[in-house]
Design a protein around this ligand. Structure first.
Ligand code: MRU
Length: 366
């Protein structure tokens, strides 16, 4: 794999006022590549809440810069705790947000207030750089799994490895490489013929708008399908493996990810299709055992369900209603796939079973 990945986040240390981060505004893709400069903690909070940036690892790294920016104005203990709690609350489900902010708080608390902002900025940078490396290693650990399945399925010219993914767990959702896409990019770079089924991922269409865009940019063969097509494709032997990302994995291996992931896991189980989850260890929440009972599931605006954004033939990007005016809609943004439906977790430290003892051993190996 080449030595660099595109990234949706770039820190600007020397920006007026003492730092900023430039991010890709993911709401504008795939129709327009737009950037936003986040120079205040409020701008960072807004970007996370409104999904200018999204994806578990990316919101963690962006929030770390947000806390560093906040400390430039007030680095006292009360402000440190209050700002960290406020940023954490921007989105409740992905644990990477809390992971990054807690790490920052632990790092700067012992320091004199006057040194905290600079130390926080440096650690935010380290968290971002680490994420790129972690995801590259997830790709390295995932590649042999893909090669193995390819060998068993007789993959070669005219018979690609058939992959299905849900949502966007690509470089746009991280600081680089992506998680679920990292083994895919590595396999593609290594010349393994593959084809990716991309779920549209209603309601916000991260598959249609983001994953399809990323794979297209990278020249990875792919086909967009409606969310409900996955089971049918699996029944007809059109999927060799499923690989998805995650927002929080519990101590016993339950996987919380974008809504609809559970249905893909059920269909994969019923059809004997391996179901892999790419998991940076920053997404493991050892404090939670039962994913169904204890992971807070973000409930987003009903309007994301009742309306759609798209580009007209004239090039205008606009929102249209798809339901009768006033239709009540519910919008749980994530679901939980029980560990028993997960074939393996692909982490930066290796591939493990989704169970408590394997995860404990993995973390002890640090
Ligand atoms: O609501 P989103 O777009 O932030 O949800 C993103 C996902 O569910 C991703 O699959 C997950 O964060 C993994 S990203 C590497």
């Amino acid at each position: 794999m080449s030595a660099a990945s595109p990234s949706p986040l770039r820190p600007l240390r020397e920006a007026p006022g003492g730092g900023a981060v430039v991010v890709i505004d993911q709401r504008a893709l795939p129709h327009r590549l737009a950037f936003e400069t986040l120079a205040t903690p409020e701008a960072v909070h807004h970007a996370i809440r409104e999904m200018v940036v999204r994806g578990a690892p990316l919101i963690g790294a962006t929030a770390a810069y947000g806390l560093a920016l906040a400390l430039q104005h007030d680095a006292g203990d009360a402000a440190l705790d209050a700002r960290a709690a406020w940023l954490k609350a921007a989105r409740p489900t992905a644990v990477n947000l809390a992971w990054a902010l807690d790490r920052l708080v632990r790092h700067v608390r012992p320091l004199p207030a006057g040194e905290r902002a600079q130390a926080a900025w440096a650690l935010a940078g380290a968290i971002a750089e680490e994420d790129v490396d972690v995801n590259r290693r997830i790709g390295e650990h995932g590649l042999p799994l893909l090669r193995d399945i390819a060998a068993r399925k007789g993959v070669g010219p005219g018979r690609p490895l058939k992959v299905l993914t849900h949502c966007n767990a690509g470089w746009l959702a991280t600081v680089g490489w992506g998680t679920a896409t990292s083994p895919v990019y590595q396999a593609h770079a290594a010349g393994l013929p593959l084809h990716v089924w991309v779920d549209e991922t209603r309601p916000r269409n991260q598959g249609a708008g983001l994953t399809a865009w990323e794979l297209g940019q990278a020249g990875v063969p792919h086909t967009l399908v409606a969310d409900n097509a996955g089971g049918h494709l699996m029944q007809h032997g059109e999927v060799d493996l499923v690989i998805v990302g995650c927002d929080r994995v519990t101590a016993r291996g339950d996987v919380c990810n974008k809504i609809g992931t559970y249905l893909k896991a059920l269909a994969a189980h019923d059809n004997g299709v391996p179901f892999f989850v790419a998991m940076p260890t920053s997404t493991l929440d050892p404090a939670v055992a039962d994913g169904l009972a204890d992971i807070p599931i973000e409930e987003r605006a009903a309007r994301e369900v009742t309306h759609l954004w798209g580009r007209t033939a004239a090039g205008e990007v606009l929102e249209v209603a798809i339901a009768p005016e006033g239709t009540p809609a519910a919008n749980p943004a994530f679901d939980v796939t029980p560990a028993r439906l997960v074939s393996a977790l692909i982490t930066e430290r290796g591939v493990v079973h989704a169970d408590e003892s394997a995860l404990r051993a993995l973390m002890a190996s640090a």
